[in-house]
Design a protein. Structure first.
Length: 298
């Protein structure tokens, strides 16, 4: 069992990329770093004001994850002090909860010397998160495509794609639970085939670094975009502006707190500025895909 201090770093993520609903994730260049040292009781110290509203005791998601993971292996870990530094906006569709879960898994494995395999971590993270997209990308980095059920799990990984990323955060965020409630219980067989085909072509295009095609397929999602787009002011106008600017494509990031825009590499700052001028009620964030997933530094 680890007694000395260490740190864990986990990237931000976005999920779905349109028709890759609940199974496609992409690591992004923002990150959370947590310094872990022994303490008399669990204590989480957030260095960023945006996180000041989160619990700082055992009810914190990171601590809950640590305790759930070690309990699965009939282990116990002593309390720790966790000093958290993060430039990941909270509740903005950038996988902050998946980042916390991935960090908790890594910390638990290190503290209890569980020697978890990558597959173990992916399965645990997906079970705790309820779906595999964000957490697999947070753990592995790059782009992940996952099949996850109670019985089976398969994850394919791709290097960080050669694109820039712009995230547009709307003035009012829609909570994930409320966003999930907008989705229909069923789609017709024909609709499901169309959605599956769009996702398959998009994934194949990404594998071939054909982001012109991938961007078109991003915008042909029928699984969640048609039901969630009304939560975004000027959604259609932003998509039209993206086409005029020359982006690859725009879609909803994650459960819908923000918009994800894939752009030619090196243009993300310019695109974020242009869209920010035209839609000043949105916050534009220029990012890049991240190659590295969660890692520990001793």
């Amino acid at each position: 069992m680890t007694e000395a201090g260490f740190s864990v770093t986990v990237p931000a993520t976005t999920a779905n990329l349109g028709p890759g609903f609940d199974h496609l994730g992409l690591a992004l260049s923002l990150k959370m770093t947590i310094e872990v040292t022994p303490a008399l009781e669990w204590n989480i110290l957030y260095q960023d004001k945006e996180y000041s509203s989160l619990p700082t005791d055992e009810t914190n998601l990171i601590v809950q994850t640590i305790q759930q993971v070690v309990a699965q292996y009939d282990r116990f870990v002593a309390p720790q002090k966790l000093v958290v530094r993060s430039d990941i906006p909270l509740g903005k569709g950038l996988g902050s909860s998946a980042t916390a879960i991935a960090a908790g898994i890594e910390i638990a494995s290190e503290l209890a010397d569980l020697q978890l395999s990558p597959q173990d971590k992916l399965r645990i993270g997906s079970e705790l998160e309820g779906h595999a997209d964000n957490v697999t990308a947070a753990l592995l980095g790059g782009l992940t495509v996952s099949y996850f059920t109670e019985e089976h799990m398969e994850v394919m990984t791709f290097p960080a794609p050669p694109i820039g990323v712009v995230i547009m955060v709307p003035p009012v965020a829609l909570k994930t639970e409320a966003s999930r409630g907008l989705l229909p219980e069923q789609l017709t067989h024909k609709e499901a085939i169309q959605g599956s085909a769009a996702g398959s072509v998009m994934t194949a295009a990404i594998a071939q670094a054909d982001w012109v095609t991938a961007g078109r397929m991003m915008e042909r999602d029928i699984f969640h975009e048609p039901f969630r787009k009304m939560g975004f002011p000027d959604f259609d106008e932003i998509r039209l502006a993206c086409k005029e600017i020359g982006t690859y494509g725009m879609t909803i990031s994650g459960a819908g707190p923000s918009l994800f825009i894939a752009v030619p590499p090196g243009t993300e700052q310019q695109v974020a500025a242009l869209l920010g001028q035209r839609f000043p009620h949105y916050q534009g964030i220029a990012l890049q895909p991240a190659e590295q997933g969660a890692f520990i530094t001793k």
